[in-house]
Write a protein that binds this ligand. Structure first.
Ligand code: 5GP
Length: 235
């Protein structure tokens, strides 16, 4: 009875029909599969959108979905709010500390948001990418535009509110701003909507539909992870 040339899963050399001299098919093909894995370079995802759209809640709920990703901690000169932890929610810096770090080119981007400094530390992002971790960073709309121009391969996601009424409701209910500050954020949000068309994806964060928002972001992340990209990101 003829032996089945493919019967041994361990055979390093397979004598395939037409290749009776013996070809190390398995090893060759494994090399190709290895090369295919290498075309998946780690990705940088930028999540942005107007103040009050729910970026923080979205990021918090994304963490358990992508435990292997690095969620960038950004720096700010804004005073700490109750419950916020230095190094977890932000790196809280004095203005002098912030400006010194900025002068050392430690930020991938920095912006003044509502009169306070915010910046994305470059070092930890570089390190995460070098460890082949995907990076997820939350910034305002100006920050997203800066990152897009510095790192064109980054994937940018704009979170949009379902309506301005809903956005106002959220800004009022989180009670971090009142009076003029709240109105300022609301007015800025209206202009920030103009930037949405420059993003790769627009995802609506509709009221009481957080799971839907998370599913859509996860779909983008998964699709982007499967894309063929042969060049590492430079940040
Ligand atoms: P909040 O003070 O409410 O935490 O944040 C104000 C705004 O600054 C939000 O839109 C937030 O996403 C944005 N933000 C946080 N970190 C950074 C950063 O490093 N760079 C920029 N450009 N914006 C940031």
């Amino acid at each position: 009875m003829p032996t089945d040339p493919f019967s041994s899963r361990d055979a390093a050399v397979v004598v395939a029909p037409g290749h009776e001299e013996g070809i190390p098919l398995r090893d060759q093909a494994d090399d190709k599969i290895g090369a295919l894995r290498a075309v998946h370079e780690p990705r940088l995802f930028v999540i942005s959108g107007p103040s009050g759209v729910g970026k923080d809640a979205v990021i918090d709920r994304l963490r358990p979905r992508f435990p292997e990703a690095y969620f960038a901690v950004t720096a700010t000169t804004r005073p700490r709010r109750p419950g916020e932890i230095d190094g977890t929610h932000y790196f809280f810096l004095t203005e002098d500390e912030f400006l010194a770090r900025r002068a050392q080119d430690e930020f991938l981007e920095s912006a003044v948001v509502y009169g306070l400094h915010y910046g994305t530390p470059r070092g930890p992002i570089r390190q995460a990418l070098a460890h082949r971790q995907d990076v997820i960073v939350k910034v305002d709309v100006q920050g997203a535009a800066s990152i897009r121009s510095l790192v064109p391969e980054a994937t940018t996601i704009f979170l949009a509110p379902e309506s301005m009424t809903e956005l106002l409701h959220r800004l009022q209910s989180r009670k971090t701003d009142t009076g003029d500050a709240l109105l300022r954020r609301f007015a800025t949000a209206a202009t920030e909507l103009d930037a949405a068309m420059g993003f790769d994806y627009v995802i609506f964060n509709e009221a009481d539909r957080l799971e839907q928002t998370l599913d859509q972001i996860a779909a983008v992340v998964t699709a982007e992870r499967c894309r063929v990209r042969q060049h590492p990101l430079i940040v």
